[in-house]
Design a protein around this ligand. Structure first.
Ligand code: CO
Ligand code: CO
Ligand code: CO
Length: 307
């Protein structure tokens, strides 16, 4: 076992031979959008993301479906179709799956990928002086809450859906090429929660430059008017003892930094000399990436949020 449960990593890694390791993960979620086919696409992109976050290439997947007895089977068909379509786009074979009856719909995948045992990118490798690159803007949890309350403009929903169905494949390829030292994908614990996993596993302090963090449209406005998911408050409470905020960081921005993401981007640690080439690769892949922070020697708190 190369990567197991104890480093708070995105997926497990098991070495089969000196040149081949398996990357394995499972992820499933309740609907985040109303369109069943988009939901299926998002569930697949989200599950694949944990393999990409380890620097791996996904190969095969098994679906996991929870669906209500007597539910509309057309919805189920569209969910499965969306998922299969995204797997195909990623070059991943759907081998089978399992379904159970459940009151609430849930959908996702167990994914198997491969990686060279020496090219595994975990949470534990961040070095002092590394810079942090984020490959998707934040705010999905806040916007999903706005959607549930029927406050979300159509164009913003379209942008959020596009972002969630975007694979982290190209970002993973770029970070492998530029020898990233550590990486994770941003999901339920929000940017700060996942940065904390890197800080702990790497025994460093991570400083986030709050004003450099890209946000989806409307996120700060919704956060300022209290349109926030329960998970955000759980994250913020958990982070409180581990985080030092500059007094000048406004509350809505703090909320966005703790906002749980679905199918979020990669947070990549790279030496400063690799940042420019990494950003160039990401731009060529049409990924809107930003430098959002830095890795410091372990200080008083594992996370610092600068204004
Ligand atoms: Co993850
Ligand atoms: Co996951
Ligand atoms: Co079965």
């Amino acid at each position: 076992m190369l990567v197991g449960p104890e480093t708070w990593d995105d997926a497990g890694v098991y070495r089969l031979s000196p040149r081949l390791a398996l990357v394995q993960t499972v992820d499933f979620l309740t609907p985040v959008v109303n369109d069943p086919q988009d939901y299926g696409r998002i569930a697949a992109a989200n599950a694949l993301s944990d393999v990409y976050a380890m620097g791996g290439t996904p190969i095969s997947a098994l679906s996991i479906v929870c669906f209500p007895e007597g539910g509309d089977l057309e919805i189920l068909r569209l969910m499965l179709r969306g998922g299969a379509e995204t797997l195909r786009r990623a070059g991943v074979a759907l081998l089978g799956g399992h379904s159970v009856r459940d009151r609430e719909i849930k959908f996702g995948f167990a994914v198997t990928g491969e990686v060279h045992p020496k090219r595994v990118i975990t949470n534990a490798g961040a070095k002092r002086g590394d810079l942090l690159v984020l490959t998707k803007p934040l705010g999905i949890g806040i916007l999903a809450t706005a959607l549930k309350r029927r406050l979300l403009p159509k164009a913003t929903l379209a942008a959020a859906t596009r972002q969630m169905t975007t694979l982290n494949a190209a970002a993973a390829k770029a970070m492998q090429a530029e020898r990233a030292t550590a990486a994770t994908d941003i999901s339920g614990f929000g940017l700060l929660g996942h940065a904390l996993n890197i800080a702990r596993a790497s025994k460093k302090t991570i400083r986030i430059w709050s004003r450099s963090v890209p946000l989806l449209p409307g996120v700060l406005e919704f956060a300022a008017s209290g349109v926030t998911p329960a998970g955000l408050h759980a994250n913020a409470a958990y982070l409180a003892s581990e985080t030092r905020y500059d007094d000048a960081v406004p509350q809505p921005l703090r909320a966005a930094l703790a906002d749980p993401q679905t199918s979020g981007g990669l947070l990549i640690a790279v030496p400063p000399s690799r940042v420019k080439p990494l950003l160039a690769r990401l731009t060529r892949a049409r990924i809107r990436a930003s430098v959002v922070g830095e890795v410091l020697a372990r200080g008083a708190a594992p996370i610092e949020v600068a204004a």
